[in-house]
Design a protein around this ligand. Structure first.
Ligand SMILES: O=c1[nH]c(=O)c2[nH]c(=O)[nH]c2[nH]1
Length: 315
């Protein structure tokens, strides 16, 4: 087989990366009869000296994507999965430090949470616990996310979540907005505020020498502050609520410098019941799935630079 030479015409290779995407890895840790589950979807993207494989087909610098998949599974055994962030850091460090041509590793991880199934009263007496130690139900709420990027010197860890649906059934208004000849929206003084939170937060941990955050605790705390801000803000707009959610995180979590949210306004429209001779006293709503207002913003610690991409679907 002939190996193609670099094209004579000035056609240049641009950004490139490769690796195995969506490696589903489930790790069971057995602590006697009590089992623990980590359920991840890990995507590896490597970049570096990869011109030749594109120009001539020489694979001399290419660690196969199949090997990157195997590494994910082997690392689950060798290092365990303490947190998605910790696992991603191990992988990124390994690829960059073990392969000379690989300069940057980006590891993206989705984590699916499981919770223990409650034991029946009879079984609970028998096993001496309220929960079955090896039986789980998938938590139907959010998917936890992280992205680790390492270039051999500096780390960037951006974590977050998606698909977390929340609702306030009161304490939300929307009025005083611009009205032009196309405006039909009625001002609302007591409306439902609902959204499906997609959020990302960037840690200020950037190098090995600095103390690493406790990733599991950080996630739980960020989630708690974010939800409390959503619940406790008397909202005059979803924009105001978003800012409060971000500010609450920045003010309470010193390990985080930047937060970005993408919040679809899940509109709930009061149904006109008058044709049926009924009064709708803010009780019956039509939950519209589209179109939806889409409110997106970054909240930053003062003096910090925004680095999370504007479009969260790109992260
Ligand atoms: O919280 C809101 N922000 C808006 O910008 C907006 N626009 C709109 O029609 N409804 C809403 N609600």
């Amino acid at each position: 087989m002939t190996v193609n030479s670099r094209p004579a015409r000035p056609v240049m290779l641009g950004q490139n990366q490769y690796g195995k995407a969506e490696n589903r890895v489930v790790k069971i840790t057995r602590d006697g009869a009590t089992h623990h589950i980590k359920d991840l979807n890990v995507s590896v993207a490597l970049s570096g000296d990869m011109e030749e494989v594109h120009y001539s087909g020489s694979n001399a610098n290419v660690l196969p994507t199949d090997t990157t998949k195997n590494t994910v599974y082997a690392f689950a055994k060798e290092h365990g999965i303490e947190s998605a962030e910790q696992f991603g850091i191990h992988l990124a460090r390994h690829f960059v430090t073990s392969q000379e041509p690989i300069r940057t590793a980006r590891i993206r991880i989705e984590e699916y949470a499981w919770e223990r199934i409650e034991a029946s009263d009879a079984n609970s007496r028998f096993i001496g616990a309220d929960e079955v130690k090896h039986s789980f139900v998938r938590k139907g709420q959010e998917t936890r996310l992280t992205q680790i990027t390492y270039d051999g010197e500096r780390w960037e860890v951006v974590s977050g979540l998606k698909d977390l649906v929340v609702m306030n059934s009161t304490n939300s208004e929307f009025w005083g907005y611009v009205k032009d000849k196309y405006t039909t929206l009625k001002e609302a003084y007591d409306r439902i505020l609902a959204t499906e939170v997609s959020g990302r937060w960037r840690f200020n941990w950037t190098d090995d020498e600095q103390r690493m955050p406790n990733w599991e605790k950080s996630y739980e705390q960020v989630r708690k502050h974010m939800l409390q801000a959503f619940a406790e803000t008397y909202s005059l707009s979803l924009q105001q609520t978003l800012y409060q959610m971000g500010a609450r995180i920045i003010n309470n979590r010193s390990e985080i410098d930047e937060v970005r949210f993408s919040l679809p306004n899940k509109h709930h429209f009061l149904v006109d019941l008058e044709p049926f001779g009924l009064k709708n006293d803010n009780e019956v709503y039509f939950a519209a799935d589209r179109p939806y207002g889409l409110i997106e913003a970054t909240v930053l610690r003062d003096g910090c630079e925004a680095k999370i991409p504007v479009d969260l679907t790109n992260l």
